[in-house]
Write a protein that binds this ligand. Structure first.
Ligand code: OSB
Ligand code: MG
Length: 373
């Protein structure tokens, strides 16, 4: 496909409520959006890097630099036919998976539109609706947490995930399990513990958790494998899994029994599908993680979640939980059964509200195709 223009923007979107993890609080998102124009069609991608390099090494600003200086110009000279060709086009750039994913995912969106099929169908998705859970940040008080859980269960969400850290864990779980003994419950530590906390972490076993996500170092497999031997609760890896080889190593070492797949963290659809397939072949279930995305990133997550081995509820939830006004139409909604119906219209299936995007844009740069002599 001929690439006519790549437009990179930064949009500012305030969250409806702050989101706190063990590594910090987010109140306002600074989101990079890429818009790729090709032969009359427009593909959209979202960069899931955080405002600061606390989840991973990338941030909104590092991604801006890498896309404008390296990845954008590379894509402009190549004209890929398929999203799957992007890893080869970008191969000289080390790391920076969230920057790469923003562009690659936009190419997949374009390809689906050109084929006249949904993005879910293009990637080989088989599920017509996807099961949804929610991720609840660390709260100012247990009372706040309890009312948040109440609200999400009433809305129909199938699984509650609580962010934990030392000082916000056992007591909280005690209270939540006492009030809701039967709900599907998991926790995410975002690397807040160390192996010396292993005895403390074994206490999590009595709460019948679906999983404990990334308890130890963000880049570790070995110590997680040592910890998993001591825990009944399955470990799920998020931060540590950067690609298919990492998934294979983690499964082989028994560092985890479940994998969270995030499009940005692994560099886009090609690698996400490869991680999914590697896990499926080895009987390891996966689910789709979230990064406080706007409706654009959310629509990519919905498509990814339709692959066969996404058997556990993901962190993909309704637009209204994050945004007063989302930048897609329709906004993403979740049924009272806790499911999102997967659109079957060409591409991502959620129109971009371009007027609103324009209004929220604080910087914009067009990376034009080089003129070939
Ligand atoms: O670890 O899954 C995580 C948000 C930001 C950074 C990391 C994580 C999260 C979430 C929120 O848990 C998921 C969401 O609702 O988008
Ligand atoms: Mg996580």
């Amino acid at each position: 496909m001929r690439i006519d223009a790549i437009i990179l923007r930064e949009v500012h979107m305030p969250l409806v409520r702050p989101f706190e993890t063990s590594f910090g609080i987010t109140r306002n998102r600074r989101i990079l959006l890429v818009e790729i124009h090709s032969e009359g069609l427009i593909g959209w991608g979202e960069c899931t890097a955080g405002e600061r390099p606390f989840f991973s090494a990338e941030s909104t600003d590092t991604a801006w630099a890498v896309i404008t200086q390296e990845l954008g110009p590379m894509l402009n000279t190549e004209h890929p036919e398929h999203g799957g060709q992007c890893p080869r086009i970008f191969y000289q750039v080390r790391g920076n998976p969230m920057a790469r994913a923003a562009l690659e995912n936009a190419i997949w969106d374009l390809e689906a539109q050109r084929e006249g099929i949904s993005l879910a169908k293009l990637i080989g998705g088989v599920q017509e609706s996807i099961p949804c859970g929610v991720s609840l940040g660390i709260q100012p008080s247990i009372a706040d947490l309890m009312s948040n859980i109440e609200r999400e269960l009433t809305a129909g969400y199938q699984r509650i995930k609580l962010k934990v850290k030392p000082g916000w864990d056992i007591d909280v779980l005690e209270r939540v399990r006492h009030r809701w003994p039967g709900i599907s419950l998991s926790v995410d530590a975002n690397s807040a513990y160390r192996l010396r906390d292993a005895d403390h972490l074994t206490q999590f076993d009595r709460f019948d958790l679906l999983m404990i996500e990334q308890p130890l170092w963000h880049d570790d497999f070995y110590y997680h494998s040592m910890l998993q031997k001591r825990l009944e609760t399955p470990i799920c890896l998020d931060e540590s899994i950067r690609n298919r080889r990492d998934a294979l190593a983690a499964i082989e070492m028994e560092s985890c029994r479940i994998i969270n797949i995030k499009l940005g963290r692994v560099g886009g659809f090609s690698e996400a599908i490869a991680v999914h397939n590697a896990a499926q072949e080895r009987g390891v279930p996966v689910w789709c993680g979230g990064m406080l995305e706007s409706g654009i990133g959310r629509s990519h997550n919905i498509a990814l979640s339709t692959l066969e081995n996404f058997t556990l509820p993901g962190d993909v939830s309704a637009s209204a939980r994050y945004w007063a006004e989302d930048i897609v139409d329709p906004a993403v909604t979740v049924s009272s059964q806790g499911e999102i119906a997967v659109p079957d219209t060409p591409g991502r299936g959620y129109e971009v509200r371009t007027d609103l995007v324009e209004k929220l844009t604080v910087r914009k740069e067009t990376i034009r195709a080089m003129v070939v002599a």
